[in-house]
Design a protein around this ligand. Structure first.
Ligand SMILES: Cc1cc2nc3c(=O)[nH]c(=O)nc-3n(C[C@H](O)[C@H](O)[C@H](O)COP(=O)(O)O)c2cc1C
Length: 379
C-alpha cells in the first residue's frame, strides 16, 4: 500500500485531500462529517463580520451535458455569525484529525476583529485569507500576521488574470506562508432556454464556476506559482479523480483541495478517492505522492517546438470510424481500404496540407494513429 500521509506546515494529514471552503464546511457538524469520511484536512466556510444571507437559488448545474461535473454558484461567505464560530463551532473541533484551516475574509478591518479570537480557540492549524479585490489581499494577510504566528495561506483567484502573480508576491511580503489556488472563476451567466429566465439568483444573476471546467486553469496557475515561489501550494479547482490529484501533484501541489467533487458525489468521495489514489500509486510502483511531486515541472517547455509531427499507424487497430479525417480542418487525411482492423489499411497524409496540430491523434480512441516523434514519456 502506498503511503498517502501528507505533511502541510508540519501537520500530518491522513490523505492529501482537503475539503475546500464551501457549503460542506458550513459549521462543526459538516466539518466532522468530512473528517470521518476521510478528508485529510478541512477549510472552513469564510468567516466575515456579517453572516451571509444567500440569494435563492444559489447553486446550479449547467444545462450542457459537457459541463455536468461543473457548478455555477452565487453563494456568499459563512451564514453562521463569526462569534458562533469562535464560541462553539471551532471549540467543537478540538482533537480533529489532519489539518484545520480557518478561512477569513475579506478585508483587513474584518481580520482585525476576527483573527485574534479565532487564534485564541487554539484548535486552528492555519488561516486562509481570501479577498474579492486584489488590492485587499496583502493588507488582510498583514492584519492576520500581526495577530498570529500560525501559517497563513493566501487564496488566489484567476479572476485577477496574470496580475495574480504580483498579488501572490505581495501576500508573501505581507507574511503569507503559502497559497491556495484557485477560487471559482467568473462571472458566468446561465439562461433557462425554456423560459428565457436567468437560472440563478443574486446580483445580476451572476455566478462563479467551479469543478471540472476550471481544472486546467487551476493547474496552470499552480505550476506557475510553484515555479516562481518556494512555498506550499494547495492545488484547488476541478479535482474529481485520483488522476486529477496526481496531475496537480506532478506540477508541484503540496496537497489538493476539493469543493465541487464531494458536493456533487457526496462525502464518500474522500474515502473512494484515497483508495483509488493508493491503487494508482501501487500499480506504478510509487511508494508515496512525494515521488511524483513536481516531476512535470522540469518538462514544461519554455520555447515553442515547431518540428513537423510524424505519425505511426497500426492498421489492425483502426476501426475505420474516420474521426481523424472528420476533425482535420485542413483536409490533409485519407484512409485507403474498406475493412476495419485490416492489415492492408493505409493512412494517407498530405504533408503539404497538414499543420501538425495533433488533433487526429487525440481523437483516435483505439490508438491506431500515434505520434512518431513526440516523446511518449512526455505525453
Ligand atoms: C457553492 C460554493 C461555495 C463556495 N464558498 C466559498 C467560500 O465561502 N470561501 C472561499 O474561499 N471559497 C469558496 N468556494 C470556492 C471553493 O473553495 C474552491 O476554491 C472552488 O470551488 C474550486 O474548487 P472545486 O473546483 O473543487 O470546487 C465555494 C465554492 C462553491 C462551489
Amino acid at each position: 500500500m502506498a503511503n498517502l500521509r501528507t505533511r502541510l506546515f508540519g501537520v500530518e494529514m491522513p490523505s492529501p485531500f482537503v475539503l475546500a471552503s464551501g457549503p460542506l464546511s458550513y459549521g462543526a457538524e459538516g466539518i466532522w462529517a468530512a473528517y470521518r469520511a476521510g478528508a485529510g484536512g478541512v477549510t472552513t466556510k469564510t468567516l466575515r463580520l456579517e453572516p451571509a444571507i444567500n440569494p435563492t437559488p444559489h447553486i446550479v448545474v449547467p444545462r450542457s451535458s459537457n459541463l455536468r461535473a461543473t457548478l455555477f454558484n452565487s453563494e456568499k461567505w459563512a451564514d453562521l455569525p463569526w462569534t458562533q464560530w469562535v464560541e462553539s463551532e471551532l471549540p467543537a473541533l478540538k482533537n480533529h484529525p489532519g489539518i484545520l484551516i480557518v478561512s477569513l475574509g475579506h478585508t483587513a478591518a474584518e481580520a482585525q476583529v476576527i483573527a485574534g479570537p479565532v487564534v485564541e480557540t487554539q484548535v486552528v492549524d492555519a488561516i486562509e485569507c481570501v479577498a474579492y479585490r486584489r488590492d485587499a489581499l496583502p493588507s488582510l494577510v498583514r492584519a492576520v500576521r500581526d495577530r498570529t504566528d500560525l501559517p497563513i495561506l493566501a487564496k488566489l483567484t484567476f479572476n485577477w488574470g496574470d496580475e495574480l502573480y504580483e498579488t501572490a508576491q505581495a501576500a508573501l511580503d505581507a507574511g503569507a506562508n503559502g497559497y491556495t489556488a484557485i477560487d471559482s472563476i467568473g462571472p458566468t451567466l446561465e439562461i433557462d432556454v425554456n423560459t428565457g429566465q436567468p437560472r440563478i439568483g443574486g446580483a445580476g444573476n451572476r455566478a462563479w464556476m467551479s469543478g471540472a471546467a476550471i481544472r486546467p486553469v487551476a493547474q496552470a496557475v499552480v505550476a506557475e506559482l510553484v515555479s516562481r515561489f518556494n512555498v506550499p501550494v494547495i492545488g484547488t479547482g476541478g479535482i474529481f479523480s485520483a488522476e486529477d490529484a496526481v496531475e496537480m501533484t506532478m506540477v508541484g501541489a503540496a496537497a489538493v483541495s476539493v469543493c465541487t467533487a464531494p458536493l456533487l458525489r457526496g462525502l464518500a468521495w474522500f474515502g473512494k478517492s484515497s483508495e483509488r489514489l493508493n491503487r494508482w500509486l501501487d500499480e506504478r510502483g510509487y511508494a508515496d505522492l512525494a515521488e511524483v511531486r513536481g516531476i512535470a515541472l522540469s518538462r514544461l517547455h519554455t520555447a515553442d517546438g515547431t518540428t513537423p509531427l510524424t505519425f505511426d499507424f497500426e492498421p489492425t487497430l483502426c476501426t475505420l470510424c474516420r474521426l481523424c479525417i472528420i476533425v482535420c480542418a485542413y483536409a490533409a487525411r485519407q484512409i485507403e481500404g474498406e475493412k476495419p482492423r485490416d492489415s492492408e489499411l493505409k493512412q494517407i497524409l498530405d504533408t503539404e496540407r497538414c499543420r501538425s496540430c495533433g488533433l487526429c491523434v487525440e481523437v483516435c480512441k483505439p490508438a491506431a494513429l500515434r505520434y512518431g516523434n513526440w516523446p511518449r514519456e512526455q505525453r
